[in-house]
Every structure is written in C-alpha cells, then in structure tokens.
Design a protein. Sequence first.
Length: 328
Amino acid sequence: MTHDFFRPVSGFDLPRFAGIPTFMRLPHVGLDDPRISQVQVGLIGAPWDGGTTNRPGPRHGPRQMRDLSTMIRAENGSTRVRPFDLVRCADLGDVAPNPGDLMDSMARMTAFYARVKAQGIVPLTAGGDHLCTLPILRAMAGDAPLGMIHFDSHTDLFHSYFGGTMYTHGTPFRRAVEEGLLDPGRVCMIGIRGPAYDREDRDFADAVGIRVIPVEELFARGTDDVMAEARAIVGQGDTYVSYDIDFVDPAYAPGTGTPEIGGPTSWQALQVARGLKGVKVVGADLVEVSPPFDPSGGTAFLGVTLMFEMLCVIAGRLAADAAKTGAA
Ligand code: MN
Ligand code: MN
C-alpha cells in the first residue's frame, strides 16, 4: 500500500469543478474497505440535525461542504503544512442517522465512531448540528474523560429544553460532563456571546470548573493569548476539538441556524484553529453549517477551510509523534 493512493486528486489532473466531490478530493474508503486499516485521519459526514431547536438544515451540511471542499489545495498558505504528505487521509463517507428517531440516530453514530476509533483513526467530522458531538464523544472517550476546546457563540451546556427535553443541540456538553466523557477542568469554551434565556449554563460551567471565555475577552486579549491559555488548560492529554460555525460573525458565516452578532472575523476564526498547534487532538468536528441559509456556499467554504486548518494541526502532530517513536 503506497501513500499515493491517499492523496487528493490534483486540480492539474482533473479540474477542481469536475469529478465526484469527496472531502478535499480524497479517496473514499468505507469502514468495510480493507484499506481502512491504512487510514490515519478520516473525514466523515454526519448529516443529522435532529437536535436543532430553531432553524434547521445542518443535515445538508456534509454534502455542501464536500462540494466546497474541492476548493482546498495541498499546502497551507500560512503554516506551510502539507497534511496529505504527512499522513494518510481518506473520506470515510457519511454516518447513517435515523431521521425519525433521535436516540437511534445517536446509537448509530456512536457505533460508527467506535469502529473508527478501533482502527486508530482520528475522526474529523462535518456536521450536522451540535448534538452530533455527544454520540461522537461517547465513542471517543472510551477509556478516560477527554479535554475539549470548544469554539462557539453558545456554551451548549443547558440542562434541558421545553421543560425536560434532554437531547438538543443546546445540551450536548451538559450530558457529556454528566456522563463522564469530558473532564470539566480540561474544557475551554471560546467566543460565547449573544442574548440568553438565563445564566443556567454559565452557572453550571462555574460550578464544575469549565473555563468560559466570552467574545469580549477574546477581542480584548487577542487570539494568540487566548489560545495559549486554552492549550495550557487541556495540557498534553487527549483532547477533542468542537468548532461550531456560529463562533464566526454572521457577516462571514450567515449560513447557520442560530447566528449571534458581534463575533470573530473569518481571519480570527482561522487564527484560533492554527492556535491548536501542540494540542493532542484525538478528534475534531465542524458543525452547524446550514445550506438552506447559505445560498452562496460561503459559510460551507469557511467551514471546510476551518476543517483543513484543524487537519493541518492533526497531521503535524501525528507526523511529529511518528518521528519521535521512529514509526512510519
Ligand atoms: Mn454549538
Ligand atoms: Mn452555537
């Protein structure tokens, strides 16, 4: 098995507007394909928005993000990282939800990601709404609670909605802490803003020791300083990265269900992703891109560009670890 199989199709061999759009023009390698054992980073679609409480649509996110991901090239223009040279990447396809059954959808997702984890593959997911992250964490945190760096305009830490509904895209991290999937002392949430129903989520964060960095503090301190703190909070332990596109100001990312005014620019959105360098990222996602609200495709393009930034960090880390241990 040569590494060449796992390289994206070049725009010089087939124009980037042509061909079947897999994530970043990578080969499609399903979980039952024997080549799955060679994959180090798997790009996965989670086309499910059963946790959405307001404007729906992220179930269509993976398909539009695959299309816009054909804009991605081989080298990161800022960091100079060439992720597809460093690690074997593939599009693992979509996890299949059950659109009529929320609990079954989560069970199906956890089973899918358990198989990904068993192969030693780092999953990089395109959502889907933010409830998708909960079944992923259930699979990824099998051995011990994970740290997490979370970019969002919302904490998604609420106890429940509508007087007792426990599973929505506003509650995944409350459940994750309750279930012992996250170590709250190693969780940092960045970019929080906007009008709120109440402070119940923030009170919970304070009570369990989750560090919440509101957008005012991010702007006052700058992205580099805040990311240095985030790296210190998660340390060198296994860490998940969850990136909600509504972290970004709706001027740059209008295609999402729950936008909040006064957020970071697309430039700052890239900078915080680059600031993950050095973190032991065991999985990451980019969620809440809603194509029905994204007729230009610009939000999906920003989403896949942020996935590429996270991929560059993951690939750099895996390559550095392999060099240390002498593994190929
Ligand atoms: Mn969210
Ligand atoms: Mn959000």
